[in-house]
Ligand binder design. Structure first.
Ligand code: PBG
Length: 332
């Protein structure tokens, strides 16, 4: 068929893998991935998380083995989630995860970088990310921030490289930056879950951390502290605010359902931007793959590429430990 202009031929650039590879405008690199890990005080041996395919909860000992294995697959950055044995309403006992950091440092030194997820939802009996008022009808902001900042300092002392608060209280970045600096930890970075939406896609994670909110209280969702899907501007303002308070890395979470927010934040700031492909987003692909409705690795790579195209610099994925191999095998 006679073309109207040279420009009308779009198939030349799609003709074979070589030219498709050359013409690509985005490339993935496993070095920009972070691998989440779960360390659970209530188990005696590594336990598969039934809601998250191929992801395990670890004891401190099996965590060290998991990290050693991940290093072999090119993973050097981790995000660690603790699951404590005991849940309570206040006076939380953080000693288990502190012990985990000490073991990690003793075993791996500076060869890996570990960000500490900082939140109270795995510690509270009601599953909320902060402490509640007397009649259990509201999450208290400043009282929660104080506990979270003290916890962050203990994590820094135990050897966490980066503090990653995911609680979404106001003023926590300022409080954490201040307490770290006052105690000589001005070199510890803060990765803020700054644009964290109240989402359906955290379901499998809450299973793993036993942190579904609503037990023993009057509030059954996180809508009074996490951003609304219907208000993207709030998430952007929350991110700018966290940068002003001292965040070094900001984050959009979930990733796939909020690509527009990733793009807008990237346009507004040069700060490093992480995107968290969360548990429900990960597990959607895993379930489709189990039914042979998608090819697993290509589906993950396709989504990672979308996240990168939107503007993320860093990708947090439960499949990060596969990134090196899957990226090597990309069929352009
Ligand atoms: C809570 C927290 C959540 C995740 C990380 N930290 C979920 C929540 O708000 O309940 C979700 C991660 C995922 O779904 O993969 N502080």
């Amino acid at each position: 068929m006679e073309s109207q202009s040279y420009f009308n031929n779009r198939r030349r650039i799609r003709a074979n893998a070589h030219i498709r590879e050359l013409a690509s405008s985005v490339y993935l690199n496993h070095k920009e991935f972070i691998q989440p890990l779960f360390v659970d005080e209530s188990i005696n041996a590594r336990t598969p998380i039934s809601s998250l395919n191929e992801v395990n909860s670890d004891t401190i000992d099996s965590l060290l083995l998991q990290i050693a294995s991940d290093i072999k697959f090119g993973v050097t950055k981790f995000l660690l989630f603790p699951v404590p044995l005991k849940k309570s309403n206040n006076n939380f006992d953080f000693s288990f995860v502190l012990k985990a950091y000490e073991s990690i440092r003793a075993n791996f030194g500076d060869s890996i970088w570990v960000a500490a997820d900082v939140c109270l939802c795995a510690y509270t009996s009601h599953g909320h990310c902060g402490v509640l008022n007397k009649n259990k009808s509201a999450v208290l902001n400043d009282a929660s921030v104080k506990i979270i900042a003290d916890y962050a300092l203990q994590l820094a002392q135990a050897g966490a490289d980066c503090i990653a608060p995911s609680d979404m209280m106001d003023g926590r970045i300022h409080a954490i930056r201040s307490i770290l600096n006052e105690n000589g930890f001005d070199n510890k970075a803060i990765m803020s879950y700054s644009a964290k939406f109240s989402s359906q896609f955290y379901g499998p994670f809450r299973d793993a951390c036993k942190s579904t909110p609503g037990k023993d209280c009057l509030i059954t969702d996180r809508k009074t502290y996490q951003s609304s899907a219907f208000n993207g501007n709030d998430a952007i303002l929350s991110t700018i605010r966290d940068i002003e308070e001292g965040a070094d890395i900001v984050m959009v979470k979930p990733a796939l359902a909020y690509l527009d927010i990733i793009q807008k934040i990237k346009q507004q700031t040069a700060f490093p931007l992480a995107a968290y492909h969360v548990s429900g987003e990960y597990q959607s692909i895993e379930l489709l793959a189990q039914q042979q409705l998608v090819e697993r690795s290509n589906a993950h790579v396709e989504v990672w590429t979308a996240i990168k195209r939107a503007g993320a610099d860093i990708i947090i994925s439960y499949a990060a430990r596969h990134a090196q191999n899957w990226i090597k095998e990309i069929n352009y």
